[in-house]
Write a protein that binds this ligand. Sequence first.
Ligand code: CA
Length: 228
Amino acid sequence: MRILVVEDEAVLRESLKTRLEAAGFTVDEARDGEEGLFAGREYPLDVAIVDLGLPQVPGLEVIRRLRGEGKTYPILILTARDNWQDKVEGLQAGADDYVAKPFHFEEVLARVQALLRRSGGWASPQLKCGPVVLDTRAQTVNVRGEAVELTTFEYRILEHLMLRAGEVISKSELTERLYDQDYERDSNVIEVLIGRLRRKLDPKDELQPIETLRGRGYRFALARDAGT
Ligand code: CA
């Protein structure tokens, strides 16, 4: 999953980046509202964290403009502890949730993960599609109750496909979500990772969980379990 962090306090921004990366996210950083607007417009994001108190362009304005331009990814705002007006204004500007400073990283992570699940149409942190179960909190995958060991990149691809199970995801979209802007991109890597995922999830070639749509991309093909 690709996440933008817009925060002017360097120590806080760096610590969010490090911990989000450790949690499996690809992280883009912005140091002020102007950089935040640029990144929010240009990068293929799944979710954004926006501090409200920002130099150049205030956080509320960043959110209003991104929403005004049709950006629909979930946005979590960082607000001052006792300022309920900030929270209300942030939500009215188009944010989806908030965390008050100072916060525990675990709360930020839990809220970001919940926003991602809901934007993919999932209510529970366990994504269940037939025999394949992916737990977004533990970052584990089971097939018919048996644990499947995945590398970080394999997990990231599977999570992205399963969060949007049933939808076609292009190869370039997957590539953009694996690497941040500084990384050299190679779409052949995606093919290799998809091949490995197929062998690990479905060694006997019975389930065929990941479909290739020639020229369009990939789709997680197993139906979502009702009520999850
Ligand atoms: Ca600030």
